[in-house]
Structure formats: structure tokens, C-alpha cells
Design a protein around this ligand. Structure first.
Ligand code: ADP
Ligand code: MG
Ligand code: ZN
Length: 476
């Protein structure tokens, strides 16, 4: 029998607000244990939460970017559970009225456009971290307690690990375009729970799902999904039945194990948090949020493909980075250059420089104006393409104009015909052997052009050298 996999994801993203969701403690990562804490985020009795307005703004922004309806009124609820990483014994989250509902996320898998619907996006607080130490036992670090999260819950629309991966990549790129999450996977900024079921191909009813926790990377998600699909097929093929349960994925042992079954499913006893009032997003605020959404990655990807004549890989590489996409679009908007010319620089020398230095475009002084100037200087023959590459580092590192850098480095190409003619005539006079060879019918053009370039200290315009050399040799 052939089976179809059905996958739904619950994705958590840490928001990059400066302070926590219900207190003014810092959200900074990597601080000494329990140094970013106060009575509110350590759950001291009587301490009262005050919602960080920025969290609402960021969550609504993600909702707008994913086509959700953003509720103008939403509320906060307590999700009760006991675990030492959460001192209040409840997490403040959103239950029946989340901030965003019913969205759609589009992405490409092998050239085919897919859609995964979002059931909801809500905001909530992160829990602390348990650090297990052989000598000191388990230490609880409350620095992460109260770091704001958004949870994005999909409908069960994904059908393979490849689709799940591309969906996750698109969520990540969108978060980075909106500048609401640092997207540092290694710091746990994006985490997901994965729900998997299988059903015979053609079946429309959903099968029993298994939820997998502890997935920290997108490649880990692919491994976890592929493992779970294979495990479920094996159970069913052997006459067994899938149990609704939660399993823990181990990305080292590459297998999952049961955490809890349906029988010991938790009852969180959600109820409205009496310490927090309802959140209202009024019209002006809603307009402000909408005005901050840039053209999104998929729209740019499609535009680069269809209008700029880029390949799928090129379009993807640039649209994946907001800064690179902005650079390309602003440079193109000047109308002075072809978008493809700017894209070539971004994909090759600019990306290489950033990779080598391990920095982001936004850490540098490169601007669209400078890129346009560079391309124009090369196209006008003022500098050679090779000289352009030499100019680039200073474009990243200084505030000088490209003209000024070219001038300072003495890279201006000599295009003055009379100056080049003098050089060409000198080279012919000093290379009698090559001239003899030329007369004997040998091809010595390359050699003589090289000599001319050398005599011009690399600054002679090669086209003009070629032209004048042919002219002078023709006279012999
Ligand atoms: P819970 O609140 O218990 O986690 P939900 O019904 O909200 O359960 O579903 C959580 C996730 O599981 C959602 O992403 C949803 O799309 C997914 N899901 C629900 N049913 C299935 C199923 N049969 N197969 C795969 N995924 C499913
Ligand atoms: Mg769940
Ligand atoms: Zn605090």
C-alpha cells in the first residue's frame, strides 16, 4: 500500500524586543545565570505583569505578513502546568482569542508553488532553562523566563519533510525581513514541534497524529519527519495501530522515544489572566503596522525570476536576504544599470567579501548608490572590470565615493587615444622579434597587447589598445 504523510507544525520564534514580555528585564542572550531577572519574571507572589507593547506590534506584523486576520481585541490566558523552568506554575499565553488567525504561507518546493495555512499566531512568554550539571545537580536559569515568543500553528497541510523544510525556511526569511526575530538557530531563536500522521493514498480523513518535541534545527526537522513517517508505516504494515502520543526526537541517536501517551495528556486548565487587561489594536496602530511590511521574500523571488531574468538559484539567494534584496532593488531603481549587472556583483564579489569576513551587508558602508557608480564606471570604460574588484573593499570600509577611491588608487583606465597610440608605437619599436613573427604570419597580438597593458601600468583601455595595435600593425 502507498501512504501519504500529513504534517502540521507549531513553530516558536523568540521576538527580538529589547525587554521581556511582562517586565523590563533584558532579553539579551548569554548573560550570567539569573542576571536578567526580577520579581515578575521569577514569579514572586504579588508581582504584576505589564504587557510590552512592542510584542503586540511584532506579533501583529507577522500576522499581516502571512495574510492572517489580526484581531483588534485579544486577551491573555494562563496555561497551568508545574515544571521547575517556570516558577509561576503557569505560562501566560493566549487561548481562545489569539492575536492572529487564518493565514497563508506560500513557498516553493522544486519549482512548484505550495501553500500552508496558518491556524493562528499567538504571543506568550518563554520558560527558563534547566542546566544539568554532574557536580551541582540541576541549575535553573531564569534569564529566558519571560522572553517573548510568538507561536505559529499550521493546519495539517504539509505532505513531506521537503515541504516542511521550505515552509520553515520561508517563516525564517519572513521573520528576518520584518526584523522581529534574530533567527539565530544555534541560540534557539526558532524551535518547532512537529505533528505527523499517515494515511493510505487517496484517503481524505486524517490519521492519528504523533507529536514530536525537541527539534532545534531545520535539518533536524527533516530527519525527525522522515524517521517518524517510516516508523508509522512500519507499525501499520505490521498490523499495528498508531497511538496518539508525544515523542521526543533525539538528533544524535536519530530516533524518537515516547514521552507521554494520550492517557497522561496534560489538562492545562486555561483561564483568562486576571492581572492583564484585553489588548486593543486601534485603527491608526493597525495602519502603522501595515505600513511597516516590506515587499515580502516570495514576491521578490518571483519578480527576480520573471522580470530580472535571474535563475531560480540566483533569485533565491538574493531574496533570502532582506539586505541583499534591498541593495538590488534600490540599485535597479536608479534606472542607470541593468538589474542583472547588480545581481552579478551581489552574488559573486559582494557575497564573497561578506562570507570571508563573516559579516552582514548592514555591517558595512556599501550603498546602492556606490554599487550603481561602480557598474557605471566599468560600463563607461573608465575603469576595467578587474580594477572594479580592487575598488570593492574600500567601498565596504570607507565613506569615500567610488570616483574618489578610483582616483586615490590610480585605477582610472587610460582611454585617451593619442596617449595609447604612443604606447602602442613604443611597444612595436621595442619588440622587433615579435614584429618579425607577425610579418611571418604568426599570431602575436596577445603578446603585444600584454606588453601595451604592462607599459600602461595596467591602466590602458584594452579595447582601444586592441584597435590601435591592429591599425599600426596593418601599416607594416
Ligand atoms: P494541540 O493543541 O493538542 O497541540 P492541535 O489540534 O492544535 O493540537 O494541533 C496541533 C498541530 O497538529 C497543528 O499544527 C495541526 O495542523 C497538527 N495536526 C492536527 N491533526 C493532525 C493530523 N492528523 N496529522 C498531522 N498533523 C495534525
Ligand atoms: Mg501542541
Ligand atoms: Zn524580569
Amino acid at each position: 500500500m502507498k501512504y501519504e504523510a500529513v504534517i502540521g507544525l507549531e513553530v516558536h520564534a523568540e521576538l527580538s524586543t529589547k525587554s521581556k514580555i511582562y517586565c523590563s528585564c533584558s532579553t539579551g542572550f548569554g548573560a550570567p545565570i539569573n542576571s536578567h531577572t526580577c520579581p515578575v519574571c521569577t514569579g514572586m507572589p504579588g508581582a504584576l505583569p505589564v504587557l510590552n507593547r512592542e510584542v503586540v506590534h511584532y506579533a501583529a506584523k507577522m500576522g499581516k505578513a502571512t495574510g492572517c486576520a489580526v484581531n483588534s481585541l485579544c486577551k491573555s490566558d494562563r496555561k497551568n502546568y508545574f515544571y521547575p523552568d517556570l516558577p509561576k506554575a503557569y505560562q501566560i499565553s493566549q487561548f481562545d482569542v489569539p492575536i492572529c488567525e487564518n493565514g497563508e504561507v506560500y513557498f516553493y518546493v522544486d519549482g512548484e508553488k505550495k501553500c500552508c495555512r496558518l491556524e493562528r499566531i499567538h504571543f506568550e512568554e518563554d520558560a527558563g532553562k534547566l542546566l544539568h550539571d554532574e557536580i551541582d545537580g540541576t541549575i535553573v536559569d531564569f534569564n529566558r523566563c519571560g522572553v517573548p515568543l510568538i507561536e505559529m500553528v499550521t493546519r495539517p497541510d504539509l505532505r513531506s519533510s521537503a515541504e516542511a523544510k521550505e515552509f520553515l525556511e520561508m517563516i525564517k526569511t519572513t521573520l528576518s525581513y520584518l526584523n522581529i526575530c534574530d533567527c539565530k538557530m544555534e541560540e534557539g531563536s526558532i524551535r518547532c514541534d512537529i505533528n505527523v500522521s499517515i494515511r493510505p493514498e487517496g484517503e481524505t480523513e486524517l490519521g492519528t497524529r504523533v507529536e514530536m518535541k525537541n527539534v532545534n534545527t531545520f535539518s533536524g526537522a527533516v530527519r525527525a519527519i522522515d524517521y517518524e513517517i517510516a516508523r508509522q508505516i512500519e507499525v501499520v504494515e505490521n498490523g499495528g495501530e498508531i497511538q496518539q502520543e508525544t515523542r521526543r526526537w533525539d538528533d544524535v541517536k536519530l530516533k524518537n522515544t515516547v514521552m507521554r501517551t494520550k492517557e497522561d495528556a496534560q489538562d492545562y486548565r486555561y483561564f483568562p489572566d486576571p492581572d492583564l487587561i484585553a489588548v486593543e489594536i486601534d485603527e491608526p496602530w493597525m495602519r502603522k503596522i501595515e505600513s511597516e511590511i516590506p515587499e515580502l521574500p516570495i514576491a521578490r523571488y518571483e519578480r527576480y525570476l520573471n522580470e530580472y531574468g535571474m535563475t531560480a538559484m540566483e533569485a533565491r539567494q538574493i531574496s533570502d536576504s532582506f539586505a541583499k534584496a534591498e541593495l538590488l532593488d534600490q540599485a535597479s531603481k536608479s534606472g542607470k544599470i541593468k538589474p542583472k549587472a547588480a545581481a552579478n556583483w551581489i552574488l559573486s564579489d559582494i557575497s564573497k567579501y561578506l562570507n570571508d569576513k563573516g559579516i552582514e551587508l548592514t555591517d558595512t558602508k556599501l550603498t546602492a548608490q556606490k554599487l550603481v557608480d561602480l557598474i557605471c564606471l566599468i560600463e563607461a570604460g573608465t575603469i576595467s572590470g578587474a580594477a572594479g574588484k580592487k575598488v570593492l573593499p574600500a567601498m565596504f570600509e570607507t565613506d569615500e565615493t567610488v570616483e574618489a577611491i578610483v582616483e586615490r588608487m590610480g585605477l582610472k583606465q587610460v582611454s585617451d587615444e593619442s596617449a595609447i597610440l604612443t604606447i602602442v608605437q613604443g611597444v612595436i619599436a621595442n619588440n622587433s622579434k615579435a614584429v618579425e613573427d607577425f610579418k611571418a604570419g604568426k599570431n602575436v597580438t596577445g603578446f603585444l597587447v600584454g606588453q601595451c597593458m604592462k607599459a600602461s601600468k595596467g591602466q590602458g583601455n584594452p579595447q582601444i589598445i586592441n584597435k590601435l595595435l591592429a591599425q599600426e600593425l596593418g601599416k607594416l
